[in-house]
Design a protein around this ligand. Structure first.
Ligand code: SPV
Ligand code: MN
Length: 616
């Protein structure tokens, strides 16, 4: 390795890990970098990364000290689902709904693309810990990249792990993430038609090339998520696409921790940021059974959040954090005279500037496909430390995690599920998670209102057959016995017969406070075929106490009527979908069968397709 200087080489040697050395040798041979930098946990090394990101023009400094901006290629602004594939051997069973490829041909293809990808560039080697350090949760992650932006973002989003690697005592128990942005033109990846993200489960690694958008390039985010899903489902714990938050009911001396899985644009981050509560994490959680308790950690320590519509009214905490001095990376928003602007920030916006399209954006600018270019990309984001948010939870870095007492599943559904309900038991909660659907919105490409299924909001990341994943969930709950978290479903998007939303943004707070009270057995509920729904009087009290408003019976009827016919339609959709799996577990079919019979029964008993909650 002639490209490595003595200091960096010594940093590698100090790890006493032959696997790390072999891996670096292998990828130096393949990628052929000009120079190699090994980054440890020292402040000096991290500062070097920050400076390089600016010097190499991957980030630009803004007027506000600590703020920088990074741009991805105009056509690389979101996760690249089509080119992200699980490499499998001929004997591997995998669900049809997952994007797979033969391992041998996949490796051949991507290694050819990666051959020489770091010519005249730097190879950056970083060590991180997924999860709090010195914890049963921690998993080491070795990132090789040629992007200073990736290395810098990972420093904000993840815990340092050079010491973790030292403590591995030579073991190869870590994830490997190899990334190259490939050839750059105007600082963005040029060959995006050769973008690839290939997940090699056998090799415990992910290879990613010709991209920069964090969901594709940052190995520690959605790439290591796949490796962790594989690992946990072959062990006895859960890797989930979930936030973790603490609920702080006023006047009660307790914090109740919950997790929540919601597909993109279904209210995940805004739930984790509900005023008066605390945030542990907003994206990825590991859950383990520790001494019979469900404990959870955020594997990250930062937020890579959507910036659109972050304004002082709707998101005061995030807004104040991202307009003040601190370390922060914006991506794909507008810059004008060194200041940051984005759509929906609640402020007058400039008519020109630099954005994800280029340095001379104006209001009426169109792209090559004749589409108007938005001021900032709908998926533009900010990267910031959770510790910088005023609602950061004090157990964010606790090696024991927090005790999880509730799990929330949310979707985007205009006409089927009530605003909140509790599952009858753990298994029917797993059923709720497995059958999450979200309707497409105008924010995504394609037709609006099309329902997309995503078991546990984790579908994009599954690398094990769905039946195996569901059985792992079932077993996880069974082993927790009485300490099993209670499972709830929310639907913030239910509409009434006039097509208006039945609940306001702020009402989320009431749904989580009701669930919290259920967890502590303080309120009763009404049993329905799908689960337990709130009683009117309890919601009326909560609305008065926590939002200071009168809650009408009509609102309750709109929000909590059991729309039996729509629920039956959903069961048919799910039946068709899960029939495509070779061996969906029996418990799933049993729950479906029971719900179907009970829904049909109530339609008969109450002589109607929509049954008011007052009827039960
Ligand atoms: C998501 O899309 O679920 C995200 C952002 O959290 S990304 O990093 O793209 O995965
Ligand atoms: Mn996510």
């Amino acid at each position: 390795m002639s490209q490595i200087d003595k200091i960096s080489l010594q940093k590698l040697k100090n790890l006493n890990n032959i696997h790390v050395i072999n891996i670096i040798n292998e990828y130096v041979k393949l990628l052929k970098p000009g120079k190699i930098f090994v980054i440890t946990d020292s402040n000096e090394d991290i500062e070097f990364v920050r400076k390089q990101a600016i010097e190499k023009h991957e980030e630009i400094s803004l007027k506000m000290p600590g703020h920088t901006i990074h741009y991805d290629s105009y056509y690389d602004q979101a996760r690249d689902i089509d080119n992200t594939k699980i490499l499998i051997t001929p004997d591997t069973k995998m669900s049809k709904r997952l994007n797979t490829m033969d391992r041998e041909s996949g490796l051949k293809e991507i290694l050819e693309i990666m051959d020489g990808a770091m010519k005249n560039k730097n190879m950056i080697i970083r060590f991180s810990s997924l999860g709090p350090v010195n914890s049963v949760f921690s998993i080491g992650a070795l990132q090789i990249t040629d992007s200073w932006y990736v290395a810098h973002s990972e420093d904000i989003l993840y815990r340092k792990g050079y010491e973790h690697f030292k403590n591995l005592k030579g073991s190869e128990d870590f994830f490997l993430l190899v990334h190259s942005a490939g050839e750059l033109e105007n600082n963005v990846s040029k060959n995006i038609e050769k973008r690839r993200v290939y997940i090699d489960l056998v090799g415990n690694k992910v290879l990613s090339v010709n991209n920069q958008y964090a969901g594709n390039s940052l190995g520690l985010k959605k790439l290591a998520l796949r490796l962790a899903i594989f690992k946990s489902n072959n062990e006895d714990w859960l890797t989930e696409h979930m936030f973790i938050m603490g609920i702080h009911p006023v006047g009660k001396d307790r914090i109740t921790y919950i997790t929540g899985a919601y597909p993109s644009a279904c209210g995940k981050t805004s739930t984790a940021m509900i005023p008066g509560q605390s945030i542990v994490g907003d994206d990825i959680a590991y859950l383990r059974n520790i001494n019979g308790e469900c404990r959870g950690v955020n594997i990250e320590k930062g937020v890579f959040g959507i910036i659109r519509d972050v304004n002082p009214e709707d998101d005061p905490v995030i807004y104040n954090t991202i307009i003040t001095q601190r370390e922060l990376i914006f991506s794909n928003i507008l810059i004008n005279e060194g200041k940051s602007y984005w759509t929906g920030m609640g402020k007058e916006l400039p008519k020109k500037g630099m954005n994800h399209f280029g340095d001379n954006w104006t209001e009426n600018k169109k792209d090559d496909q004749d589409n108007f270019i938005a001021l900032s990309h709908p998926n533009a984001r900010y990267t910031v430390n959770i510790g910088d948010l005023e609602n950061a939870d004090s157990h964010l870095n606790d090696p024991e995690g927090v005790k999880i007492q509730g799990i929330f599943y949310g979707g985007r559904d205009s006409d089927t599920n009530p605003c909140v309900y509790e599952s009858l038991n753990w298994d029917s909660g797993v059923f709720i998670g497995a059958t999450i659907e979200s309707e497409t919105t105008s924010a995504t490409l394609g037709k609006e209102g099309v329902r997309k299924s995503s078991p546990m909001a984790n579908m994009d990341f599954l690398v094990v057959p769905i039946n195996k994943y569901l059985l792992n969930h079932k077993k996880f709950g069974e082993k927790l016995k009485n300490n099993c978290p209670r499972i709830f479903a929310t639907n913030y998007f239910l509409k009434n017969s006039n097509g208006e939303y039945t609940n306001e943004k702020k009402d989320k707070k009431i749904w989580i406070l009701w669930a919290e009270a259920r967890i502590h057995n303080e309120v009763e509920a009404i049993k329905t075929p799908i689960g337990y729904i709130p009683k009117y009087k309890d919601l009326k009290n909560l609305f008065k106490k926590d939002l200071g408003r009168d809650y009408s019976e009509q609102e309750y009827i709109d929000q909590f009527s059991i729309r039996a016919e729509k629920l039956l339609e959903k069961l048919i959709r799910m039946e068709n979908l899960f029939n495509q799996e070779s061996d969906t577990p029996d418990f799933f079919w049993n729950i479906m069968q029971r719900q179907r019979e009970e829904l049909k029964k109530i339609i008969k008993i109450y002589n109607g397709k929509i049954i008011s909650p007052f009827m039960f």
